[in-house]
Design a protein around this ligand. Structure first.
Ligand code: ZN
Ligand code: ZN
Length: 366
């Protein structure tokens, strides 16, 4: 039995004892050291997405391999970060260097991963279900970590940091000296600011509805901070020689902020949709502006990353001190506190909440 955070329906969640599925030859059993509370987890609860229930939440996690199948190719004791976007290396997208669009990734979410106490089968969020003391996952869904990297905090490499830094580098293709606008400063948005800094952007204009995010934004690398307002595009032009931002990254996923990011992008610039939005909203563009402004509008999924390759690159930044894994973590909590973390997220408060497990002492050893 392992304790896990189970969603049984929209808005219905709680900690339960669950039984994980049996190990296969290519699987690993991982004691979870840290698991981040991501906005996509909230999307599984609040009706934005309609997953199959019951479901164990959690997809941004790190831990220690405690059991390995005969074909897993990983030793017991190895520190790992979980990867929810495992490419198949066989589909059209994988074959065309777009592993983040692999056609098997979304299908994998529907895999039964164990049973609740009453025998009901549950599914695992994004194939991982990592808001649990322990998971059983394919060995292909973990990326090894060096032992000296802080283990619990490394959880963020599996979603927020890979997504945010990747959005700036791979999707927006930020170049040294570019002006970059980031709207929405949750875990992913703050990591997009970090990605802009690592790419040499200047200025980096960070925007949020709450002025309480200014300190976190500046720590991540923002040169300017603005509270969201209807005059946002004018304020951004004032900081970018009247042109607008070379690259704008929208990390909210709402029609209003997508439209604001678009309007604040310069002629010929790039606007990247990073936020996961709802399908019952619409964004309007008029034909003349689409022609005149000559902007590019793209989305960024998982930072357009191949986790196996890009986590290694991020670890190099951790090693040379340019990437602080803990910089966006504002709340260290227990599994039962996740509903309260969702409430903070709804109110726009704080950065990342990180769940640790008193029963798994690995994070204390790291
Ligand atoms: Zn996530
Ligand atoms: Zn594929």
């Amino acid at each position: 039995m392992t304790q896990a955070l189970v969603v049984t329906g929209p808005g219905e969640l709680g900690v339960q004892d669950v039984t994980l599925r049996p190990m296969g030859d290519a699987d690993v059993r991982v004691d979870i050291a840290g698991v981040g509370v991501c906005h996509s987890d909230l999307s599984m609860v609040d009706g934005t997405l309609r997953p199959t229930y019951p479901q164990v939440l959690g997809h941004e996690a790190s831990g220690v391999v405690v059991e390995a199948g005969s074909d897993a190719g990983l030793p017991v004791g190895r520190h790992v970060v979980l990867n929810w976007a495992v490419p198949c290396d066989a589909c059209w997208h994988c074959d065309h260097a777009e592993p983040w669009l692999c056609s098997t990734i979304e299908a994998r979410t529907g895999t039964p991963s164990g049973t609740l106490a009453d025998g009901t089968t549950f599914e695992a969020c994004l194939g991982l279900g990592a808001m649990a003391e322990q998971v059983v996952v394919p060995a292909t869904a973990v990326v090894p970590l060096p032992d000296h990297v802080p283990l619990a905090e490394s959880a963020l490499l599996g979603c927020a940091i890979l997504t945010g830094v990747g959005a700036a580098r791979n999707a927006a293709r930020v170049q040294p000296g570019d002006s970059v606008l980031v709207i929405g400063l949750g875990g992913v948005g703050l990591s997009a600011v970090t990605g802009a800094r690592l790419a040499g952007a200047d200025p980096i204009i960070a925007v949020d509805v709450s002025d309480s995010k200014e300190g976190l934004a500046r720590t991540a690398g923002a040169t300017d901070f603005l509270v969201a307002s209807s005059d946002l595009a004018r304020d951004v032009r004032a900081l970018t020689h009247g042109r607008g931002a070379d690259r704008a990254l929208e990390c909210v996923g709402s029609a209003t902020t997508i439209r604001q990011a678009w309007t604040a992008t310069r002629r010929g610039g790039t606007c990247v949709i990073v936020g996961l939005g709802r399908k019952d909203q619409e964004v309007a563009f008029n034909p003349l502006e689409l022609f005149h402004f000559s902007r590019t509008l793209v989305s960024s999924i998982y930072g357009n990353s191949d986790a196996r390759r890009d986590i290694e690159g991020l670890l190099a930044y951790v090693a040379d001190g340019r990437l602080d894994l803990a910089a966006t973590i504002t709340d260290r909590i227990r599994l039962a506190d996740v509903p309260a973390a969702f409430e903070r997220m709804r109110r726009g408060e704080g950065g990342r909440s990180l769940v640790t497990f008193p029963t798994n002492d690995h994070q204390e050893r790291s």
